[in-house]
Design a protein around this ligand. Structure first.
Ligand code: FEO
Length: 399
């Protein structure tokens, strides 16, 4: 892949991972991803971030298209997660940089990951300004956005924010900028990324957006470490982050379920009818067809999450247990929850689901709904009523 000039003497030197489908072992990335690294050519030649270990030679070749690798003076490590630091030991060995800039927590994480106390670490913070010659770098620690070590780098002379995972999207493409692909697609992937990686840290996102504004950073390009670089639609991605971090909800419900003999599925569809009859938009998502990360992509702006499972061995189906554990960890707040399911003889699943939703701080206005074996017209009517009642709760909440 050719390197690309993104600003005068600033180059994208990243790699494209066309074949990635499972991002970090928990989120789908059905369009692949990129690992963006950036090289600044100045009196001090500086590399921002690296790529996974398995792509170290690709990064090496990218850099060598512009300079000799040993000409690198500085390396900035904005984030130590291995998709951005895996190639670091190799690059350090080749480049022998004068300094490696990282946050306090970044240094600890680098030591924990690579066990090398002899690297030329230089810890930076929000007050640090590093001169590269004509250009300079400022930093902003973004602890827990989404790791303790995470930070942003800003090059004021170029109005360029290198934002690491922030504002990223999992898209493998030959295009590098946000005006070169369909904007809706890029925003949809940014939302999916937010829902699965950033959501638990939403209050930190809000604080960070405020801190960037207070710092007076004049930004006309945001270069994340995954996906497309924002140069034309900064307002769109910033507004998306504002809405998602405020957990702004829509008149929308997600019905997520698993089923054995389609009785719980019938309940799911009938609950949806009740919601739709009251003008609530519904996504019906079987966990056998939708990965938990794709469900989260819909949960992220839905006002109600309605979870169904038949009772299996006195509890819920395994895929529902997986989904609830995953969703609870991502800490969506201010949502309405509800549970339902069919049963043969004991019927614990809806109650167990409700308990987890309660622990996850969902509001549960209705009792769990369970139906014995195959639903009848009469019992399905109860499902429709449940949908209507939840629609009223959504409207009340969003009024
Ligand atoms: Fe893209 Fe948190 O690593």
């Amino acid at each position: 892949m050719a390197v690309l000039k993104i600003k005068e003497n600033v180059y994208w030197v990243g790699v494209i991972d066309w074949n990635l489908r499972n991002f970090h072992g928990y989120s789908l990335a059905d369009k692949g991803t990129t690992y963006n690294a950036y090289l600044v050519l100045d009196e001090k030649i500086t590399l921002f971030d690296t790529v996974p270990e398995k792509f170290k030679l690709d990064l090496y070749h990218q850099i060598q298209q512009l300079i000799k690798i040993e000409d690198i003076d500085y390396i900035v490590v904005n984030h130590v997660e291995p998709d951005h630091s895996g190639a670091l030991p190799f690059i350090i060995e080749k480049a022998k940089p004068e300094k490696i800039f990282c946050s306090t927590m970044g240094k600890k994480a680098l030591l924990d990951h690579y066990h090398n106390p002899n690297w030329p670490y230089e810890v930076v913070n929000n007050e640090t300004v590093i001169s590269l010659g004509k250009k300079s770098i400022k930093f902003m620690e973004t602890r827990m956005l989404h790791w303790p070590d995470s930070m942003f780098s800003f090059i004021p002379e170029d109005k360029l924010l290198i934002s690491n995972d922030g504002f990223g999207q999992n898209i493998a493409s030959t295009e590098r900028f946000d005006d070169e692909l369909e904007l809706e697609l890029i925003l949809a992937e940014a939302k999916h990324y937010y829902a699965n990686i950033i959501l638990p840290y939403s209050s930190i996102v809000q604080k960070t957006l405020e801190n960037v504004q207070n710092a007076g950073w004049d930004i006309d390009m945001i270069a994340p470490d995954h996906g497309l670089i924002w140069r034309s639609h900064l307002d769109k991605i910033i507004n998306l982050y504002k809405d998602l971090s405020a957990q702004k909800l829509k008149h929308k419900a997600v019905i997520v379920y698993d089923t054995m003999w389609q009785s719980t599925e019938k309940m799911a569809k009938t609950i949806a009818e009740g919601l739709v009859s009251q003008q609530i938009s519904v996504k019906i998502m079987s966990l056998k067809s939708y990965h938990h990360s794709d469900v989260m992509g819909e949960v992220v702006d839905a006002a109600a999450i309605i979870c169904g499972s038949p009772t299996h061995n006195n509890s819920m189906m395994p895929l529902m247990a997986d989904f609830l554990t995953y969703m609870k960890g991502l800490k969506p707040v201010g949502r309405i929850g509800a549970s339902f399911g069919s049963f043969g003889w004991s019927g614990e699943a809806p109650k167990h689901i409700a308990q987890i939703l309660e622990e996850a701080k969902f509001e549960l206005p209705l009792e769990p709904l369970k139906i014995k074996n195959v639903p009848t017209h009469e019992t399905l009517a109860k499902c429709k009523e449940m949908g209507k009642a939840l629609a009223l709760e959504i409207k009340k909440k969003l009024s």
